[in-house]
Ligand binder design. Structure first.
Ligand code: RTP
Ligand code: MG
Length: 159
């Protein structure tokens, strides 16, 4: 039997400062999201302070690219989205392509990073890499977003 029921998953997607700096690219990427069957649940434009950048990427502190990453991500406006789709996390990462732009150009030439990425750091977009990071990152960007409704609740325990 045909069924309309699908499990929607949420992911956090970011259009990074290198892409937002170009108005046509921002529009193109926004349209690309819609063309790929994502539902835009929320989006907003924002600018990070350096400390936001450091906090968001704390897991990378100590990596050789950390300083330039932190600086880049607080260098100008970006746009954050909460996207919904079945398998949203995987689909968005697939659409972005590999982190490294030159690898992306070889392995996934139609991907966003292959087409628009400038360098391995200035690579146009971000996407959560797991359900756990999606939850953390959605709340990082949208602290008022009520993820409760979207999350499986633990069975209440009675005694
Ligand atoms: P993301 O977290 O942004 O979705 O990308 P990812 O998982 O594919 O990449 P990750 O290894 O988590 O790195 C986070 C971001 O750091 C910058 N980066 N620069 N060699 C470099 O210069 C370098 N390597 C990573 C990128 O902006 C990457 O998206
Ligand atoms: Mg990552």
């Amino acid at each position: 039997a045909r069924s309309l029921s699908k499990v929607l998953q949420l992911t956090l997607a970011v259009i990074k400062p290198d892409a937002v700096a170009h108005p046509l690219m921002l529009e193109a990427l926004h349209q690309r999201i819609l063309d790929n069957n994502f539902v835009i649940v929320r989006y907003k434009d924002l600018v990070w302070r350096r400390q936001d950048s450091e906090r968001f990427y704390a897991e990378h502190s100590g990596r050789f690219f950390y300083q330039r990453l932190v600086e880049f991500m607080s260098s100008g406006p970006m746009r954050a989205y909460i996207l919904a789709r079945e398998d949203a996390i995987r689909h968005w990462r697939e659409l972005m392509g590999p982190t490294k732009v030159f690898r992306a150009r070889f392995t996934s030439p139609a991907s966003i990073r292959a087409q628009y990425g400038l360098t391995d750091t200035r690579n146009t977009t971000h996407g959560s890499d797991s359900a756990e990071s999606a939850q953390r990152e959605i709340l990082f960007f949208f602290p008022d977003f009520c993820t409760e409704e979207w999350m499986e609740k633990e069975e209440p325990s009675f005694r």
